[in-house]
Design a protein around this ligand. Structure first.
Ligand code: ADP
Ligand code: MG
Ligand code: MG
Length: 874
């Protein structure tokens, strides 16, 4: 097996073997760009290194030295020689670029003798000793683990002693002295002289790169980002070019287009008489690339042309590193540049218009989740740089929010009414907090996962939320939270970022979102390609209107219980729950009916002729119950019953495992009158809107948590009897569908039977995941994180559908459902409906639609288009 490739022998498709940096250096060589030559030791060699007790074996050394020999022939220089010494850089480069890997070593091959001789030959001793001091520092730090700052201190001392501001002011003598001191330091730290043998330097450097693949930082980074541990890193050995030879030399970085706006204009920075990372290290202020045109027009023109060539070749915006040695340009790296969502859109669309890429390619260029950035306020970049991060939690609902913290829904909404920006901080939220959540700019909880109440409700409202932030200790009693020993009290400012989960101290400025023309163009392209319809999960007319703005084609899930959470309604629902007889319950339901009807009218008006799936009451009843004695007393007074009686009722409703308790369709079976009231509200509202506005409204009544066909038929009788009689009486022609959620494994397995009654299925994948795995979704984030860190899971099954298990149940349900009822409508309404990976799966399953929270609708539209494109490419 070949373990070492010359740049001439590789290409950009070989990233697995050569790493990203190596593959692109080879590619640039092949297309004739000026790249200092060199070779790449492969990622396979890295893996072999680990099979070999972390040693470089003899055959590998031989291969490296053979390639080195060829490099000497190409360059006309010889490693370690005095008259024409070859110096090289040693650069790590994995397939995926990773922070935490080894830093680059420059000027390797220098020693005392070579330096002395090179100083004479070049007649530029300053340059030589500048290079040598850099090399000693980099080698010591990177290969031998001597802390960088020890060297930096010497340099800083010398500069301040001489009264210099910049390192370019250091003279040859200064630098010689520094080199001597550096070598002393090395000896003191390591106990040996600085290695003078270039071949030994080289092998040690290669060894160090391979070792760095498994340093703690790198392992942790791979764990967190789900990168496989067996990819390995490559090592690039490249002949040096020098930007530090004088003022007609320099080094720089550039983007072929502006990475924050996407504007088609070269953007870059350049530093004269400098080497390596000087540009980004901030030791001197670099000048804009345009300035190169003044100091060196030849090199500038060449650079502009190279940028064009690279963009044309890679058909994407490039991030380029270059060096100019004595007016001559060299390229040291290129890769597809990272960019903001705004830039990504602009670049993709313009590259299509320029004929560089197809529409499909343009669509594939955008990371769907990135669109989030465009729909929510974001933190101002500058302001964020100066902000102090104090904790981090789960990024539960995107957006950025700054405000004063409050710990109760009441104080949050009261202060919001006084025109204050408010952040609601709670251990976790419950329906009672709704008012405060509505009023707040953002929500922060210390407990609960991405499907916790706070997260789900916040996403629905498009409100920023960070949940499960276990770094903070919320003391709800004393109205304060504590983090790292610091206490934040009511009225203190914090800022939270729901896209990253980060919490900052104080005020961070935000920028508003706006939908650009580019956004609309790209969305239209996506719509032309996708097969899946995109609906939204919306519980209020406001949510629905928002979702329509983002392109929703219907409502896939309207949760009726959310309508009860409001202050004015909660007492009626409580009366309904604690009612001790059917009559009592009907009295309470009679109070709720007008509220529900009014809500549905609002939603139907917004949705017009688009389908609206309404789920009958689903949650465990205790969620609505009064919690403490005070609340019980108050309710008892309201209801004119004794405290004891009510207290008993509340106690009797206690459940040991509410998630598997009296909820979903089980409620409608125990208390059909609830289903009757809800059906009345839906059908009467639909008729009213049809009459008033003339819209052909399309209600779809959905029964949750069905596991057995008999449950569905029992409730069908109740629902249809009411619905059909109201319709008949009204004289209006109204069509509605009756269907079910598939979220209990038994429901999925018997869906051929269920489809005899159900006209549609909607996969409730939150519950289906919970019940398939037996993971409580409210508690899972505690251990799923351990699973991820320990490599047991790559992804959280509550974020992306577990295709093998949960997905198999879905596939069974799709097949069986269609067997019974070929035209059955199939959709998904769990949180997964807004997750690109899960959407890809839904597309492969052939569902009719996905449904997600309003702010995810654009993400789903794009992801659905990408799913089709990917499928066709196969
Ligand atoms: P990173 O992966 O951190 O970007 P690089 O391997 O790209 O590290 O190298 C760091 C710096 O050293 C870059 O600025 C690069 O341009 C410079 N550099 C690397 N190899 C050479 C070389 N052969 N000649 C001159 N400069 C080099
Ligand atoms: Mg680089
Ligand atoms: Mg459910």
């Amino acid at each position: 097996m070949k373990f070492v490739y010359s740049f001439k022998d590789g290409n950009k498709e070989m990233k697995d073997l050569l790493g990203g940096k190596g593959a692109n250096l080879a590619e640039m060589t092949t297309i004739g760009l000026p790249v200092p030559q060199g070779f790449t030791v492969t990622t396979a060699a890295c893996n072999e290194f680990y099979n070999n007790d972390e040693t470089l074996w003899d055959e590998l050394k031989t291969e490296i030295f053979e390639e080195l020999k060829k490099l000497e022939e190409i360059t006309g220089k010889t490693f370690g020689s005095l008259d024409k010494p070859l110096l090289v850089s040693v650069r790590s480069g994995a397939k995926i670029s990773m922070p935490g890997m080894m830093d680059t070593i420059l000027n390797l091959g220098l020693n005392d003798e070579v330096a002395e001789s090179l100083a004479k030959i070049t007649e530029n001793p300053r340059f030589v000793y500048d290079s040598y001091r850099r090399f000693i520092q980099m080698f010591s730090d990177v290969v031998m683990g001597v802390p960088k700052h020890i060297f930096e201190d010497v340099l800083t001392d010398e500069k301040s002693k001489k009264g210099y501001r910049y390192d370019t002011e250091l003279t040859t003598d200064d630098l010689k002295k520094i080199v001597a001191e550096f070598k002393e330091l090395y000896k003191k730290e390591i106990g040996e002289n600085f290695p003078q043998e270039p071949r030994e330097q080289l092998l040690n450097a290669v060894h160090a790169v391979f070792s760095s693949w498994n340093n703690d930082r790198a392992i942790m980074y791979r764990d967190i980002n789900g990168i496989a541990h067996d990819l390995g890193t490559a090592v690039n050995v490249q002949s040096m070019v020098f930007g530090n030879m004088g003022d007609d030399c320099g080094t720089g970085v550039a983007f072929t287009r502006n990475p924050s706006t996407g504007e088609k204009k070269l953007m870059g920075e350049f530093l004269m008489n400098a080497q390596g990372e000087d540009v980004v290290a901030g030791i001197r202020t670099p000048v804009p690339i345009a300035k190169l045109n003044e100091v060196n027009p030849g090199a500038y023109d060449e650079f502009v042309n190279v940028c064009k060539t690279l963009e044309g070749h890679y058909k994407d915006m490039q991030d380029i590193e270059f060096t100019i040695e004595n007016k001559k340009l060299y390229l040291l790296q290129t890769r597809n540049g990272k960019r903001t969502a705004q830039a990504a859109l602009k670049i993709a669309i313009e590259m299509f218009e320029e004929g560089l890429i197809t529409k499909d390619q343009a669509l594939m260029r955008i990371e769907p989740k990135q669109l989030d950035q465009l729909l929510h306020p974001t933190f101002d970049k500058q302001s964020l740089e100066n902000a102090k991060m104090i904790a981090s939690g789960l990024a539960a609902s995107p957006g950025a929010a700054t405000g004063k913290i409050f710990f109760t829904a009441e104080s949050a909404s009261k202060n919001a009414k006084d025109n204050q920006k408010v952040i609601l901080v709670r251990t976790e939220t419950s329906p009672e907090d709704l008012e405060g959540m509505v009023a707040a700019e953002g929500i922060l909880t210390s407990r609960g996962g991405r499907t916790s109440h706070a997260a789900v409700v916040a996403r629905g409202m498009g409100k920023c939320c960070v949940c499960g932030c276990e770094d903070i200790y919320v003391d709800e009693k004393n109205l304060q939270f504590e983090v790292n020993g610091k206490v934040y009290k009511e009225g203190d400012y914090i800022s939270i970022d729901g896209s990253t989960g980060k919490i900052y101290d104080g005020i961070v400025e935000t920028n508003d979102a706006s939908l650009s023309e580019n956004f609309n163009t790209l969305m239209k392209w996506a719509d032309d390609r996708r097969k899946l319809q995109v609906r939204t999960n919306a519980d209020t007319p406001n949510d629905a209107a928002n979702a329509i703005k983002f392109g929703a084609e219907g409502i896939g899930l309207c949760r009726t219980e959310h309508m009860f959470f409001e202050e004015t309604r909660i007492s009626a629902i409580r009366e309904m729950i604690v009612a001790s007889s059917k009559t009592e319950r009907e009295v309470a339901l009679e109070k709720l009916l007008p509220f529900q009807k009014e809500d549905f009218i609002g939603i139907f008006k917004v949705m017009k002729e688009k389908p609206v799936t309404i789920r009958l009451l689903d949650p465990p009843l205790h969620e609505f119950l009064p919690k403490d004695d005070e609340e019980i007393k108050e309710l008892a007074d309201n209801m004119n019953i004794s405290y004891e009686l009510l207290k008993n009722q509340v106690t009797s409703l206690h459940e040991f495992n509410p998630m598997l308790g009296h909820r979903g369709c089980r409620l409608a079976i125990s208390y059909p009158e609830i289903a009757v009231m809800q059906t009345r509200a839906i059908i009467e509202a639909a008729i009213a809107v049809k009459k008033e506005e003339g819209y052909d409204v399309k209600p779809e009544i959905m029964i949750p948590l069905v596991g057995n066909i008999t449950e569905l038929t029992f409730i069908e009788k109740v629902v249809k009897e009411v619905a059909d009689s109201i319709i008949k009486e009204s004289g209006v022609e109204l069509n509605y569908l009756y269907g079910t959620m598939i979220e209990v494994p038994r429901g999925a397995l018997t869906s051929d039977e269920i489809a005899q009654t159900a006209e549609f299925f909607s996969f409730g994948t939150n519950d289906l995941t919970q019940m398939t795995y037996g993971f409580s979704r409210d508690d899972a984030n505690k251990f799923i994180n351990d699973y991820k860190v320990k490599g047991v899971f790559d992804t959280d099954p509550f974020v992306s559908i577990d295709e093998t298990g949960v997905g198999k149940l879905m596939k069974i349900a799709v097949d069986l459902g269609r067997k019974t009822r070929p035209n059955i409508k199939l959709g998904i309404c769990g949180e997964h409906g807004g997750d690109p990976k899960s959407i890809d799966f839904c597309n492969r399953l052939g569902l009719n639609y996905v449904s997600c929270s309003p702010f995810r609708v654009p993400i789903a539209r794009l992801a659905a288009a990408q799913a089709v494109i990917k499928q066709e490419q196969k």
